[in-house]
Design a protein around this ligand. Structure first.
Ligand code: MG
Length: 328
């Protein structure tokens, strides 16, 4: 069935669409009350975030917009030190959107939410004129335990910087789909709950965390350097990139440092916790290829430098201008 303007009327067709697809996929005691707002148990300190997903294609190797929109918001909550709890989702459907596709997307969202341990508690659907597009906004709420303070301003000289796995996978998978290039590259789209929990349980002194999305590792490192007022030194040889993504990048002249992932994180930890943090991430689902890739410098120069594989050193700038549009 195709979405028509009647599905956005707020009447019978809307109820049926919501019942058949979203209630069927997301049913839980909070959502099933179907009131104007969800009422949920709270916490003293809450983290709130929102993100919109406009990726094309909707289905790509390794994931789809449904898995992506849950992972993106869950990971943003995690990176701020929160335990992710609740999600809301807003669907903007263009006339002509396919309801079978929508069913797959909703199922994928439900499955990913269950994996990440979050509950979808509210939602909205709008239909607009257009060409069959599907766009999703997800907002998320998480609880931040007392005393947990994580952010770039907390970075200290000598901190070790780790990444949880190979760079560029999601970006390369989307680009391959869009350009019709056949290869085995899969998006890494994943919730990072387990690796963050493992570090917290081990008492790792985490100073900053970011999921590596648009702008890539280079942009994160530059933002951290600016915020904490210290330099950052990266080690090119230590940065994991899969052989397939590496050759894909060489052919197209792309730099993995600027490419987005959707299931990888960068973390700055106290230098004495480096080895333990690495072990925590490596034993987690999605963290087997974690590596220590650099450190926060001892000086006050807010620049990011990288020691190249050939032994030289160069400055790494932020991503300027247009990255690839619509990778998330
Ligand atoms: Mg983020």
């Amino acid at each position: 069935m195709k979405i028509t303007m009647a599905h956005g009327s707020g009447g019978e067709e809307t109820s049926k669409l919501i019942g058949d697809i979203f209630e069927a996929a997301f049913s839980n005691p909070v959502l099933d009350r179907m009131e104007d707002a969800a009422v949920v148990a709270g916490s003293q300190r809450i983290a709130v975030t929102t993100d919109s997903f406009v990726v094309t294609p909707l289905f790509f190797p390794g994931g789809d917009i449904g898995r992506l929109c849950v992972c993106g918001t869950v990971n943003d909550l995690l990176m701020s030190g929160a335990d992710p709890k609740y999600l809301t989702c807003g669907f903007i459907l263009e006339e002509g959107a396919d309801t079978e596709a929508l069913k797959h997307i909703a199922a994928s969202m439900a499955e990913t939410a269950a994996e990440a341990g979050v509950c979808i508690v509210a939602g909205d659907t709008k239909v607009v004129e257009g060409n069959g597009g599907i766009y999703i906004n997800t907002s998320g709420v998480g609880f931040v335990p007392q005393g947990r303070d994580i952010g770039a301003a907390c970075c200290r000289p000598g901190d070790a910087i780790l990444v949880s796995g190979s760079l560029g996978d999601h970006h390369a998978a989307i680009l391959s789909s869009r350009m019709g290039i056949e290869n085995q590259i899969q998006s890494d789209c994943a919730p990072l709950v387990e690796m963050v929990k493992n570090m917290e349980q081990e008492g790792i002194r985490i100073h900053a965390m970011r999921d590596i999305t648009r702008g890539g590792l280079a942009t994160i490192a530059n933002e951290w350097a600016e915020r904490c007022g210290l330099g950052i030194c990266l080690e090119e040889k230590a940065i994991p990139v899969s052989p397939m993504v590496q050759s894909f990048c060489q052919i197209l002249g792309l730099d993995p440092l600027y490419m987005g992932n959707e299931g990888k994180m960068a973390v700055a930890v106290d230098k004495n916790d480096e080895e333990r943090a690495l072990r925590c991430i490596r034993k987690s689902r999605y963290g087997q290829r974690a590596a220590v890739i650099g450190h926060i410098a001892e000086n006050g120069q807010k620049t990011v430098t990288i020691r190249t594989a050939l032994g030289g050193e160069r400055v790494v700038s932020k991503l300027y201008g247009e990255g690839l549009p619509r990778i998330c």
